[in-house]
Ligand binder design. Structure first.
Ligand SMILES: Cc1cc2nc3c(=O)[nH]c(=O)nc-3n(C[C@H](O)[C@H](O)[C@H](O)COP(=O)(O)OP(=O)(O)OC[C@H]3O[C@@H](n4cnc5c(N)ncnc54)[C@H](O)[C@@H]3O)c2cc1C
Length: 400
């Protein structure tokens, strides 16, 4: 195989190109945005398993993306009862722990490292469709009227993946999880929450925050909505209106929330939270899907970016070791499907716990401290965090 076309220059797409290069496969990235999207999105978690996957391809993001360690999560009820503590990831052998990064900074760090390695990224290339010629060449066609040819096409084009729709007309539609995510940054006068993110199960909504050593606060809220709001309407809500609404929503909860919201700086962003619990088709012919395009997860487990990077590294190893493209894609799906579906399901259960009614809330506040002690030790999440990728290990093929 000589050349891969990567549709989407997000987290998964850029990691994919670097992993393919390490496997000796040339690629080119085609991104719909007309310029690098380095200021989009809020902040996210790159879990220890995601950092492990990046190491397999010698990609550094902690320093380059101004990441900071976030190994600990403390849960509170809205009334201030400490419900317990959960580890965010498990330290890698050298002690490295999960980090928090601004999504834009992570994107920039990946893009710069891809460019340093000579990988081509084209902007303003929104995939419209693709075709496969009689001799097996895949031709991607973009909305600007241009096209590009390659041996395989990798759809890394996110939750609304066009590649997924073309690959399988009956493909899964993103599922609204019932949550609206709202968030931003703040300059409230709070002490740093070193290594710790706090989560508050409020009376009407869920709130998360951390304070950096610099005093800057990163925060988000999850609001429950049984109906699915219209995205454009949500995007049109001005920051001042969000501040008013959030202050009302959290009026009966810990006062720190209102302090953070009142002192928020810059725009407050909002988005609907979707996931894709399972996708029937992961690959067909020369096309394959990675990341959110095939298994988007709600952000509650903090695994979206890490799963996309793991996909990229494992797909590259499969392409390196398999006798042909179909065997590589089959092995990739076999290796990835059980794990990513488990992560999406786990994340959904966390999302559900954020929107309890009054009776469930009382029960949760009583039971959670015990449950966290019993079931939320580091070992109970080891399946998610200790996933290790050995780049040099040959991929075993179990293809019939
Ligand atoms: C703008 C944005 C903001 C986000 N903010 C957050 C956040 O604050 N917190 C969080 O936890 N997660 C956030 N996410 C999701 C998180 O980044 C992903 O879950 C994770 O990184 C998975 O990576 P991915 O590469 O599969 O998808 P993404 O990172 O979503 O990348 C997909 C890329 O494909 C491009 N694309 C889409 N359609 C086409 C097309 N037809 N042709 C070509 N390119 C296309 C997109 O522009 C995007 O660059 C955000 C995603 C985006 C796109």
């Amino acid at each position: 195989m000589k050349k891969a076309l990567i549709v989407g220059g997000g987290i998964g797409g850029t990691a994919m190109a670097m992993a393919l290069q390490r496997a000796g496969i040339e690629s080119r990235i085609f991104e719909a945005y007309d310029r690098p999207a380095e200021y989009t999105g809020l902040f996210l978690n790159v879990a220890s398993n995601g950092l492990d996957a990046l190491r397999a391809i010698d990609v550094e993001v902690v320093e380059r993306a101004d990441g900071f360690p976030m190994p600990r999560m403390v849960m509170w009820s809205g009334t201030g009862k400490r419900l317990g503590e959960v580890a965010n990831g498990m330290p890698l052998p050298d002690g490295t722990v999960s980090v928090c990064v601004r999504r834009g900074a992570l994107q920039k760090a990946l893009r710069e490292q891809a460019l340093d390695r000579g990988i081509g990224i084209e902007y303003g290339k929104r995939l419209e469709t693709y075709e496969v010629t009689a001799d097996g060449v895949v031709v991607a066609k973009f909305t600007d009227g241009t096209d590009a040819a390659g041996d395989i096409l990798i759809g890394a084009d996110g939750i609304r993946s066009r590649t997924r729709q073309i690959l399988d007309a009956n493909s899964a539609k993103p599922r609204f999880t019932g949550l609206v995510g709202v968030g931003g940054y703040s300059r409230a006068d709070l002490a740093p929450t070193t290594d710790t993110q706090h989560f508050i199960f409020g009376k009407r909504a869920f709130f998360g925050y951390l304070v950096r050593e610099s005093g800057e606060t990163y925060w988000f809220a999850n609001l429950h909505r049984s109906d699915e709001p219209i995205r454009k309407e949500l995007a049109a809500i001005p920051t001042a209106q969000w501040q008013r609404q959030l202050r009302d929503l959290f009026a009966d909860d810990l006062p720190v929330i209102n302090e953070i919201i009142t002192n928020s700086v810059g725009d407050i962003g909002a988005h609907l939270v979707y996931d894709i619990p399972t996708s029937p088709v992961w690959h067909r012919g020369p096309a394959v899907l990675i990341g959110d395009a095939v298994h988007a997860t709600s952000p509650s487990a903090g695994q979206g970016a890490s799963m996309a990077v793991e996909d990229a590294v494992i797909l590259a190893r499969c392409l390196r070791d398999a006798p042909d493209i179909n065997a590589a894609f089959t092995a990739y799906e076999q290796l990835r499907r059980p794990r990513v579906e488990r992560v999406v399901a786990y994340s959904k259960t966390l999302s559900n716990s954020k929107s309890a009614g009054p009776v469930a809330r009382v029960f949760r506040d009583l039971v959670m401290p015990i449950a966290l002690k019993l079931f939320a030790g580091q070992k109970s999440h080891a399946w998610m965090y200790t996933h290790h990728i050995d780049w040099n290990e040959k991929v075993a093929m179990h293809v019939a």
